[in-house]
Design a binder for this molecule. Structure first.
Ligand code: ATP
Ligand code: MG
Length: 241
């Protein structure tokens, strides 16, 4: 079986029959996944099912034991913890990995986009959790990636801040036309943001739900409640009334 990580797609991502083992434990078992150019796919699944493992493969931080991963050359990943460098100010945290004379200006523009204009000289420890994640988003987007991988980026934030971050993701999607793969444990977050929700089980994508709802229907509708119940059932949880 061939094992390939190819930065040859223009956009989106293609995962073909990917296997990843740790010792004798098979975490990803011939997993298939396709993300279109500007699609936002949310990945749900129980703890330990392999969601982060899959994201790491797509980011190029790990290699599969079998199968093929095709991704664009420009990729970015955002983790649950912000992973900012504490000894660098906010602006430098965003310019990491950027080259050329326009780097500072691009970083300033990215910080403006995430609502942090004026905080360029702050230290990471001076930021709130939400602000730190905004810096992480700015850092991810400043390189204009074709594929953005988000591993529970808002899980540590309070509910109100999380809702603000959802608005920000929608806004950023309108500006940047990247494909996104977002991992979350929050079914409501999935419904709020996804074009499609894939549920992992037994090392593969199990059920897949296309979310074809208007913004209003995502907030309150019978279709929303039906989708929520279906997702909870997929996760082996009983829908709450
Ligand atoms: N480098 C590694 N070495 C050994 N085992 C690993 C390694 N990375 C992941 N695993 C194992 O693979 C399984 C899947 O881990 P992964 O982090 O992908 O789960 P997850 O779905 O992201 O879980 P969570 O929702 O808790 O973040 C786990 O059992 C984990 O212990
Ligand atoms: Mg994880």
């Amino acid at each position: 079986m061939t094992t390939v990580i190819e930065p040859r797609l223009q956009a989106g991502a293609l995962v073909d029959q990917v296997v990843r083992r740790f010792g004798d434990r098979i975490v990803l078992d011939h997993l298939d996944l396709r993300i279109e150019g500007e699609e936002l796919v949310v990945l749900l699944g129980p703890s330990g099912c392999g969601k982060s493992t899959l994201l790491r493969l797509l980011a190029g931080l790990d290699r599969p034991d079998g199968g093929a991963v095709e991704v664009p050359a420009q990729r970015a990943i955002v983790f649950q913890a912000d992973r900012l460098l504490p000894w660098q100010r906010v602006l430098r945290n965003v310019t990491i990995g950027l080259h050329g004379p326009g780097a500072d200006d691009r970083a300033r523009a990215a910080l403006r986009e995430v609502g942090l204009a004026g905080r360029e000289r702050a230290w990471p420890k001076e930021l709130s959790g939400g602000e730190a994640q905004r810096v992480s988003l700015a850092r991810a987007l400043v390189s204009e990636p074709e594929l953005v991988l988000l591993d529970e980026p808002f899980a540590a934030l309070d509910a109100i801040t999380r809702l603000r971050m959802h608005d920000l993701v929608r806004e950023l999607r309108r500006k940047h036309h990247a494909a996104m793969l977002l991992v979350t444990h929050d079914v409501d977050e999935a419904i709020a943001l996804a074009d499609r929700i894939d549920v992992m089980s037994n090392g593969r994508i199990g059920n897949s739900h296309t979310v074809d709802l208007s913004a209003a229907d995502r907030e309150a509708s019978i279709a929303r409640e039906e989708l929520r119940s279906a997702l909870l059932a997929d996760l082996g949880l009983v829908a709450q009334q």
